[in-house]
Design a protein around this ligand. Structure first.
Ligand SMILES: [Cu+2]
Length: 646
């Protein structure tokens, strides 16, 4: 299956049109409105009054700076405790289970609103409060269901999913604690301010965690080996594949916003990358066992890059005109590949783990050396674009400088065996490589200007320079490795592959790798790439299986822009496979179940399955983006037993 040429040309024409339209100035807040403050959900709002907990919430016109002091300020409606500054996110509602709540709501804006989410466990239709402009209402209820939730506001006549810029920050965390439970946790509320235009102009958007986008998000400070809990609330009407660097976590509960469901202990498994649905919550805990600087971030590249920043957005018509002129000068796609312009933005939080006294990093003695070259090959991809990719150097003979392998070669590492991966950058731009999911020291983790410990901070790999990533992989499993610099461009162009840690060498007749990744750079600065590859091709080579044998299928999802779905079927029959591992960690026995061969995955996730075909024949693994765009079938041929006469 290929892309119709017509569609590609259409998209390119659109790209040229878009580039000619200037951005227009952002809306500005009315003079004199209150400035919203941001906060980290550490101090519960309200006060005890006669055996009840009283909370007085106003909705006010406000001005908010979602990024730095010199970045744009935008108008919003915000929640404020009566008599106090408006807050993004709204004031924290946190009480013990059984608390009788008395909430006073006042709408000081000039728009009719609907407020909801204050009474978790109550049906949505019973849990909304109509609030006309200028109106005040009192509601009283008891909070009975332990968990993580959020309250919200929307313009009357619209729903949570309709919110655009003005009402998008009307969100506040709700946490109901079991009596005596620890409240030492971190509550992270994701929101976005989104302004689309009717004309063919780039939209304006900023995505934030607790009111700020990277690099202005609040850094979470942890102590080595001091276990912690995150409560994550997604008020954005989009999925996010959230990734924790360096550590595995266990999901303790998953919520819909109004209902929070604990995960039984036997079904809690280790993972490091999970999709959070729109308006859902997730609560997980982890042990930060290795000190240094780590990240928790969205693994959709365009939720953690220049797409989701207002920095540089025009604030007046002069700036808009200048920006339009520079766009024209660069052409439709002229600056997409310049890593020098790139920095992370949006849905990224830093985590700093302070070392225990006397901490010493494990020494990497007697390491095996692997030489990994980062190179490019012009005109290799469907668009005629340059492919970026990896190639392994074996022995003394140096691979051609314009050779790349798509996807990157499988890096085969042995558990507990130290390795020195010498990454040589033969690109004409900087790069950086992240070993996704490996529990290693921070310094080789590969986040430019962040990974490291104390003053020993890693930078990036300059053109013609090398970096030695030295570590000892502690766990056998399936992982991605990929660029962590200018991710959207570099990963879509091919800088990704599978890294497999084993105890014993793999039997390649029974152990198969399926890597789903990018197939070409985005065509427009703010749009996703419509191209994908399975095992480096749009028509991937068939897998060859043997009847009656157990086969391990290792699936790596590393397309930076899309959720993908994989379904293995034979006509209308869906195969059955046994789940073995997720994100490199073996599943608990209770989860190693036989199930239909269907899985949805976000970028950065891996899943291992065991498949035992019982009859010869042909299966097809249907690989597609969940949202739209592309479909790639992978044929799975099941041959007779070796030595069989039939
Ligand atoms: Cu995201």
């Amino acid at each position: 299956m290929g892309f119709p040429v017509v569609a590609v040309v259409g998209v390119m024409l659109q790209a040229q049109l878009l580039a000619t339209l200037p951005r227009i100035p952002l809306p500005t807040a009315a003079p004199g409105v209150a400035r919203a403050s941001v906060h980290q959900n550490t101090v519960p709002a309200g006060r005890a009054v006669g055996g009840k907990w009283r909370l007085e919430l106003d909705v006010v016109e406000s001005a908010w700076k979602p990024e730095g002091d010199n970045d744009p300020e935008v108008p919003i409606l915000a929640f404020a405790e009566r008599g106090r500054a408006p807050l993004v996110p709204g004031p924290l509602l946190r009480v013990p289970r059984g608390t009788r709540m008395q909430v006073s709501l006042r709408n000081r804006s000039d728009s009719a609103l609907v407020i909801g989410g204050l009474r978790p466990g109550v049906r949505l239709t019973d849990d909304t409060v109509q609030l006309a402009a200028g109106a005040t209402r009192e509601v009283e209820f008891t909070l009975t269901a332990v968990g993580t939730y959020f309250y919200w506001g929307v313009f009357a006549g619209t729903t949570l999913d309709d919110r655009l810029w003005k009402d998008t920050q009307l969100n506040g965390a709700v946490v109901v604690d079991a009596p005596g439970a620890s409240t030492r946790d971190h509550i992270l509320l994701l929101s976005e301010w989104f302004l689309p235009y009717d004309e063919n102009r780039p939209f304006e958007v900023v995505s934030v965690i607790n009111g700020k986008g990277w690099p202005h998000t609040h850094t979470i400070e942890l102590s080595q080996n001091d276990s912690t809990r995150f409560r994550v609330i997604n008020t954005i009407p989009l999925y996010h594949p959230l990734h924790l660097h360096g550590f595995y976590y266990r999901i303790e509960s998953q919520g819909t916003g109004s209902k929070d469901t604990p995960v039984p202990r036997a079904k809690q498994h280790l993972s490091n990358t999970d999709l959070i649905s729109p308006n859902h919550t997730v609560t997980f805990s982890f042990l930060p066992s290795t000190p240094g600087n780590w990240l928790f971030h969205c693994h959709f590249a365009f939720h953690a890059d220049e797409t989701v920043t207002l920095a540089g957005s025009p604030r007046d018509s002069t700036a808009a005109a200048q920006l339009a002129a520079s766009h024209l000068a660069h052409g439709a796609n002229g600056d997409a590949g310049k890593a020098v312009d790139h920095s992370m933005r949006g849905l990224v939080v830093g985590i700093r783990v302070s070392p225990k006294p006397g901490y010493q990093a494990a020494s990497i003695a007697n390491a095996r050396e692997v030489r990994l070259l980062v190179q490019s090959q012009p005109n290799r991809l469907i668009t005629g674009a340059t492919a970026y990719g990896f190639v392994l150097q074996r022995g003394e003979s140096v691979p051609a400088r314009d050779s790349v392998v798509l996807p990157g070669p499988v890096l085969e590492l042995k558990r507990n065996q130290p390795v020195r991966i010498v990454v040589r950058n033969n690109l004409s731009e900087p790069t950086s490589i992240h070993w996704h999911g490996l529990e290693i020291e921070s310094f080789p983790d590969g986040v430019p200007h962040w990974s490291g410990l104390g003053s020993n901070v890693y930078s990036q790999i300059a053109p013609n320079d090398s970096f030695v990533a030295a570590f000892t992989p502690p766990r056998s499993g399936t992982y991605p490795y990929h660029s962590h610099l200018n991710d959207r461009h570099q990963i879509n162009s091919g800088l990704y592959g599978a890294l497999i840690v084993t105890d014993t060498p793999r039997d390649l007749t029974r152990d198969h790798v399926i890597v789903v990744g990018g197939g070409g750079p985005e065509l427009l600065k703010k749009n996703e790439s419509p191209f994908a590859l399975v095992n480096g091709r749009r028509t991937p080579a068939p897998l060859r299986l043997t009847v009656g044998q157990k086969h391990r299928l290792r699936i790596v999802a590393i397309h930076p822009d899309w959720r993908i779905s994989l379904t293995m079927q034979n006509d209308s029959t869906i195969a059955r496979w046994r789940a073995l591992a997720k994100d490199g960690a073996d599943l608990p026995v209770a989860l190693q179940t036989l199930r239909p061969a269907h899985i949805e995955m976000g970028p950065g996730q891996t899943h291992d399955f065991e498949f035992t075909p019982m009859v010869p024949g042909t299966w097809v693994m249907h690989v597609r983006s969940v949202e739209t765009g592309w479909y790639i079938p992978l044929t799975v041929n099941v041959g007779p037993t070796l030595g069989s006469t039939k």
